[in-house]
Design a binder for this molecule. Structure first.
Ligand SMILES: Cc1cc2nc3c(=O)[nH]c(=O)nc-3n(C[C@H](O)[C@H](O)[C@H](O)COP(=O)(O)O)c2cc1C
Length: 217
């Protein structure tokens, strides 16, 4: 099985032909460019356009990555919500630098962001938590994200426990659950092109101004 897949992996080739990316026509800021590409992703029926891989590094320098949902944009930052006591939460306490990678295969596009990560305000986390469906709110209490559990049953028991606890009342936000925003200081937009001559446009913050460069593919 491994050998067959390995052979297959060696045989498939894909040429990228859908679009081009030019440093003269990109938006002024990386978040504006992301917003423009995001709208195109939605319009092109990309399956899950808000999904993005966030990579963190732990205190021993070991990286790890996972998918989260992009849940908001600000002038220069991008938001996601999670459990502050999760693996990624602990990593970010030790090292608040992270990067994001998004691959929109249908558009032959990749976006990369790097920057420092900060918690969003309690008020902002409360407001977003209130907007979530009740079962997701209960789930945030029931699941001690990234901790080892003996079986699935324990989750169901904890859901019942918190359903009873918050019966006939709004579910408050758990103190260990909330948002992070990545304040982007470097971004790269990648557009696949024929013959592996892809377009790569980089934004870097230089004295509060975005400097644009092009990288070899
Ligand atoms: C499509 C998709 C979206 C996800 N969105 C989130 C999210 O917004 N927040 C979150 O904490 N985990 C989300 N997850 C789960 C994470 O990938 C991960 O399993 C979890 O956050 C624990 O990661 P950690 O142990 O590295 O902290 C999502 C997973 C997938 C596949």
């Amino acid at each position: 099985m491994i050998e067959e897949v390995s052979n297959y992996l060696n045989q498939i080739r894909h040429d990228f032909t859908k679009a081009a990316l030019d440093e003269d026509s990109v938006k002024e800021t990386p978040l504006e460019q992301y917003a423009a590409w995001f709208e195109e992703a939605v319009g092109s029926q990309v399956l899950d356009p808000k999904a993005m891989v966030v990579s963190t590094v732990d205190k021993e320098g070991k990286p790890s990555s996972r998918v989260v949902y992009s849940r908001g944009l600000k002038k220069n930052s991008i938001l996601f919500y999670t459990n502050y006591l999760s693996k990624k939460g602990h990593d970010l306490e030790a090292n608040n630098y992270a990067c994001i990678n998004i691959f929109w295969a249908e558009l032959e596009r990749q976006v990369r962001f790097e920057g420092r990560v900060f918690r969003v305000s309690e008020e902002e986390s409360d407001a977003y938590f209130r907007s979530r469906p009740r079962d997701s709110q209960i789930g945030a209490w029931a699941s001690e994200q990234s901790s080892e559990i003996p079986n699935r049953e324990i989750l169901k028991e904890r859901v019942k426990l918190f359903e009873a606890k918050f019966e006939n009342q709004d579910v408050p936000r758990p103190p260990h659950w909330g948002g992070y925003y990545i304040e982007v200081s470097r971004a790269e937009f990648w557009q696949g092109r024929p013959a592996r001559l892809h377009d790569r446009v980089v934004y870097e913050l230089d004295e509060n101004k975005w400097k644009l460069t092009r990288l070899a593919p």
